[in-house]
Design a protein. Structure first.
Lengths: 401, 401, 401, 401
């Protein structure tokens, strides 16, 4: 039996994230007729708001399905059986997307990776340059690899494709980056952006999204993979007037309306990104102060959504997280597949603030002690120093004084 | 601009239905880690409870996707491209399922129908008997056709298949019947039952279900349609320990737990069915008293979930429903495709009671007046008579007195 | 044990009324610091909004206490031990207020009444005219007597006092009329208006109000009854800056903000009154059609909040209401003290609409049948006729046709 | 204008406290008829549950009014005008209760205090011993003085009264201690215990309580202060069958039911007290490590609900708290009257846990830095050490290793 745990749970996995009370209360409103005028106004509002979050003028499609579905939609709407696609092994989720592609009947080429770096634009360019016949129909990259806390530089990937003068579609998974880390569907020439509700969008899981370029829509005309539920065509046609071709997830759309208002109107997207950057930097300073190693090997690719931390050799992250949950009511992310029992992940995305981060880091520091993981104290202190004083910390302040 | 409407909306479309306050409040709880022990206990509980509702010992799969997805899942998990399936044109939704089957690459044969009758077991038997080579891989029937208010007799369809000694799978859509009209997955030898959250299960839209027989699972082994999101195999394997292969719709599962408790433990499924039968009979008595015609032509196939009513020639149901919505805050179901502007549908399923029905019927009777639809008054009175006194009505009571 | 009841409860007592979902969701937000800036903005907003509802420019005081408290506040803030006050026996609540006055140490004179009429302005004038020494310090009248469904004409009472040239304060209970029946604190020269949250203001119980004239405030200076919790002085002083002298009922104030928005901005107070008038007239037509007798004997004093109905001699309203609750999930108001087991009361105030009324009336008509209360059918029909066609009903329409 | 603040607010004033989500959701349920069977079951359940929290077999009265009301009730139900009562100046709230007593017409004697100590049993004994005529009718003590974080030892006060063989009633304010700090109404022979909903009971403000001994009830028979709303007699009589003499605060009672279940059944009261003791000790260790001074001068009187901290001379707590709120979304308690701008108060009571405390303490430590308050860092570290390792801290652990 679980023992009673007082106080608020610290849900610091890298998603689902802490859903704001206002969003939960919105979801709790009575379901309306999705063929009536009240719903129509709602769907027009959220469809418009989403474009701002994806930074696109193209349509954004909302599926009444959790994030994995939007991966499938990206593939079945643009590709034909046997089509070659170039994917990059940035971690567990990139690997899953690649297996999905295989299951759906396309032929992924998988650029290998060490799970500590993002997609390498040069490698992509090289592979595309070789592909004289343009057999490769799409390049698929995970923007923020949720299993590793490593960000791939999508703008640079775009440039690599352009330099190779290759017509492949660019498809990007932003499930754990959208509305947390700066992302630009149009500016970066992305053809399909895949996203989900339960991370930066601060909603429960259950909605997923595709932002779709004209080029992707055009590709869909000749794509032969069977599709019905995920089909963009009927969706975009119906969305024009605020309708859906089949029953939408009405109550989550209530929540989406509030979440968009909070992100776009109240806090402002650029402030949202700055907030995430700041918390991520504080978390990394704590990790370094503990003497632990960050999984992400390239500072230019640090994630602002989550931080993955390597456990010292011989120490189990599974046991570590069990103690954190049991003693401190703190959920941390686990190591996945290759990283099983080797890393833990700290989610610091979504509706989050300085003191929630400090509670989280304190929980980790105390658990390191309790689990007898070799470390130095001082992580919490380093994070406080940064949150209060910024880059230079107290040192500078004192120097000035 | 919509004018302000005081009081409670009457959501009397045949789904989404009125979500009980307790279910909405449950959904409003903070999202938890779907890889933690609290979630595991939740998913085990709802997976077990669902079996009781489907009346099956086989696995029930929960998709974090609205009902249409479970149609797609039934097909892609059991069939191969070009497979022949026998479907029955009972109405709009049967037709949509058939178009979906085509889009997904199978070859439906569609037994034509007049949208006023259920599937004819004899016609199915005849067709299967002809199919000596067993080219037909599945028979697909909609249990309760939401567009017409006509129920197909699934037990009789089963017997027809058995008489034809045909090995085809039996796949049944119960989207608007499950937990409203008696349904028996195991007893009727159904192989795949398709269902959704937003009707008799009294939840918002966003979950859908497949109950899956051993025979269907076995068919899946050789089925060649590409599948990933909808794949039963990984789902059933993960479900065994209370997990999901990808992010589930956690908050709707909170609601499902409460809804199952209400249906199975508190009211009891058999009482739920009796309640629906009683409200449907009261609604039909009202319709007859108004002098209007029921769309369902066969009393043995009346639906207990909804009642579709033919508008008198020359009268628009669209205008009629607009008046009902504007004047009385009452949403009724529209006529779909073939029935467009010809029938309106009264939903009386889900979390419903006598006085909600009376409000609904009064709204209709007043709207008939206001819209100048030729009719007799007395429908509301006939319904009250039945609700208070049962079959015989006041007449009997008075006769006795 | 209570058996399970599906569907929505019909809470048709004359208060607490059906709380709108939006108001409940507002109340469900986390409590904030009542000494912080967010709370300050909230309290300024609701204090200003309340003035519009009371139609006053004077302060309105909010007590974190249910309605009865505001009765006590009116007395202890204005009177001294032994002070004579003139009260009018309009029914159960007027009688309770009078007993309270006695308990608090003032000396009420109670103009007797038959519980079927409102306060008689002429009787008040006569009594005040006799009171040459101005021993009477206050006249206390219940605007809408919740136990009887009879409205006292406060404007006329004001004129009566003026004609008598008497300086007594005028104190009015609007607990079941405010925001349901037109009421004008300033125009009618009321000195203290007493109100509660759980009726026309569409909130749960727990807040109560005094609107306070300058004259009442001045009377307070010399009033000698002990007071602390109910004291206006500290309250009004603190309210000026948006504060309270002790802990306010923060979460109910969240709800009040939404309710005021709905009443004042969205529907508009005058529309709210028209809606209540219309539902009350429909209810009365139903009662007459049943052949039952209204308790209110004077059509000029009909209440728009509730309708009290006399049970035929020898029939128990207690048993009647038990059947309504058990069979139809319908709560009706009981007969109180003198009227015990003699009348039932239909609440039709607050967040209410045509179809909620029709469900209620249908529940009553069916219960009359089931309880063997002698009556004619046709009440529901009469109400529908009025709601759809207004004054003249179908008859006129047909005559024209 | 307030700027947007992401994430969860840290409401660390010493009440209102953080209301658990489950309690808020309970309050959000539709209001029912408080004269119907569903309400009756609710009120019987909460009335019984409260006795366990007060540790009494005597009746506990629930007022639909915030905490201050229960102070007034204690006085008006037991005393007569001019009655002498002995009160003790433990801080701001004791002083307010004393002023209230004066306003209500009794004659408090106020044993002076320095706001850094609890009530002195010896001083009470001495004063009572002098009172040969038993003119003193009641001794009133605040158990946990919310303005200072000092606890008065009620058991010792009881013994002091007994030693003086004085018949005075013992009345105790437990507003910020009940369900946080061990309290025993019966064992300590308390006659009237005063409590409120918004602290240890984890509810929004709006309910208050009196636990009432037989002796207090007997005193009420002859007590002459006017009373009506606050009168115990009608309340206790009505409560016997689960009713209330006037409209109760139904929705808060829904919340109370859940809160009692959490405190009594799930966590267990003794565990609740241990949790509060532990958090208070951690907070004090942080304060000491910062080099700041605790207001409470006697370790035997430390409060487990809150910790009041003296600001160094010349530093403003008002400015300090403004920075904490603006920069860290953290509400701390202010210095009241005598302590204005001199102390800040950390609330660590109610639904609270280790990481919420760590977030709070980190917010304070960073604010000390930002506000240039002279201090040492290390408070957060000291608290972590205690929370993880208990009394001895890491030191012991290392010594052992």
């Amino acid at each position: 039996m679980e023992h009673h745990q007082s106080g608020r749970h610290f849900l610091q996995i890298p998603g689902p994230t802490n859903v704001p009370d206002r969003v939960l209360r919105a979801i709790d409103n009575p379901t309306v007729d999705h063929r009536g005028p009240e719903f129509q106004a709602l769907s027009k509002e959220v469809l418009a708001g989403l474009k701002q979050v994806f930074k696109t003028k193209s349509p954004v499609v909302i599926f009444p399905a959790s994030g994995t579905g939007a991966w499938e939609a990206a593939i079945v709407n643009t590709l034909s059986p046997g089509d070659r696609v170039l994917m990059v092994e940035t971690g567990h989720f990139a690997t899953l997307w690649q297996s999905m592609a295989k299951k759906l009947g396309v032929a992924p080429e998988f650029i290998p990776g060490d799970w500590r770096h993002g997609a390498d634009p040069a490698a992509i360019e090289a592979r595309l340059a070789e592909d004289k016949t343009h057999a490769i129909k799409a390049v698929c990259v995970v923007h923020n690899e949720t299993s590793t806390g490593v960000v791939s530089r999508i703008g640079d990937v775009r440039k690599a494709i352009d330099r190779a003068k290759h017509p492949a579609l660019l498809m990007v998974d932003t499930i754990s980056s959208l509305a947390s880390i700066d992302y630009r569907h149009d500016e970066w020439g992305v053809d399909v952006t895949v996203a989900g509700s339960q991370k930066g969008l601060m909603l429960p899981p259950g909605l997923s999204f595709n932002a779709v370029s004209d080029k992707a829509l055009a590709a869909g005309k000749s794509a032969k993979l069977p599709r019905s539920f995920w089909s963009w065509e009927e969706m975009i046609a119906a969305n024009k007037d605020g309708w859906f071709p089949y029953t939408p997830s009405t109550n989550l759309l209530y929540g989406l309306r509030v979440a968009l208002k909070m992100l776009v109107e109240e806090e402002g997207l650029e402030n949202v990104f700055k907030r995430h950057n700041r918390h991520a930097e504080a978390a990394r300073r704590a990790v370094r102060a503990w003497g632990l190693e960050l999984l992400c090997a390239n500072p230019a690719e640090y994630s602002s959504s989550l931080t993955a931390v390597l456990m010292p050799e011989g120490h189990s992250e599974i046991r570590f997280r069990e103690i954190a949950l049991k003693r401190f009511n703190l959920s941390l992310g686990s190591g996945l597949t290759k990283l099983r029992d080797k890393v833990f992940r700290i989610g610091h995305l979504g509706d989050f603030n300085d003191l929630m981060l400090m509670g989280t880091l304190a929980g980790i520091e105390m658990t390191l002690d309790l689990a007898d993981v070799p470390h130095k104290n001082g992580g919490v202190d380093a994070a406080m120093d940064y949150l209060a004083h910024g880059e230079a910390g107290r040192a500078k302040k004192r120097a000035v004084a």
